[in-house]
Design a protein around this ligand. Structure first.
Ligand SMILES: Cc1cc2nc3c(=O)[nH]c(=O)nc-3n(C[C@H](O)[C@H](O)[C@H](O)COP(=O)(O)O)c2cc1C
Length: 189
């Protein structure tokens, strides 16, 4: 069965980002695909130190969960990372994770190539489009495929649970999730 990995970059385990990802996963599963949500919000994710070791071993030198996520991605067909906006850009750990996952793929077996997915961002008020652009750079440089939706993948939400009030944002995420699943099903035909 095809599988989509969803990566949550919020430190609030029951925050808006995780809630939006759960909605996303439910839509994907309704299309007959398997999903797994991985939370890195409670981990200390190192930034890449450009040691080049992954190019020789296929593994990152840091033992903080990124190697395990890369192994799961090697078996998956889709990838959807989601981040809260912090001071106008993505929370730091999610970018550190994406940069290291990208380096693992590019320097070795290119497991990200032709994976379907795209970023999701959540914020109270400002920085959503820039954060989407920031995270999209990871997809484009790794030969990944981002399907569209009826708007950009952003949800306006400040306090916990506020995501529910952004009905347009949730509709955009649901359509995006459906398009991810449909495209994976087509590619797999
Ligand atoms: C350190 C910090 C910086 C933030 N910076 C922004 C910001 O630049 N723009 C914004 O709209 N919201 C900002 N927020 C609000 C969060 O993006 C918002 O509360 C979001 O819903 C958090 O997602 P979560 O519930 O998944 O943690 C910030 C929150 C924190 C803790």
């Amino acid at each position: 069965m095809s599988k989509v990995i969803l990566l949550c970059g919020s430190p609030r385990a029951d925050g808006n980002t995780m809630s939006v990802l759960k909605i996303c996963a439910k839509e994907i599963e309704a299309n007959g695909l398997d999903t797994e949500i991985i939370n890195i919000g409670d981990k200390n994710i190192h930034s890449c130190i450009a040691c080049g070791s992954c190019g020789e071993t296929g593994k990152c030198v840091f033992d903080d969960g990124i190697n395990e996520i890369a192994d799961k991605l090697r078996e998956a067909d889709g990838f959807i990372p989601a981040a809260p906006v912090y001071f106008g850009t993505a929370r730091g750990d999610i970018m550190a994770a994406l940069q290291r996952i990208g380096k693992l793929s590019r320097g070795n077996d290119k497991f990200l190539s032709w994976m379907v997915g795209g970023p999701i961002t959540v914020a109270r008020r400002g920085g959503l489009t820039l954060t989407l652009q920031e995270m999209s750079m990871f997809f484009i440089i790794n030969e990944m495929i981002i399907p569209g939706s009826n708007y950009w993948n952003m949800v306006f939400a400040g306090p916990k649970g506020a995501y529910k009030d952004d009905e347009d944002g949730i509709a955009t995420i649901k359509l995006f999730a459906n398009n991810v699943a449909k495209l994976i099903n087509k590619i797999k035909d």
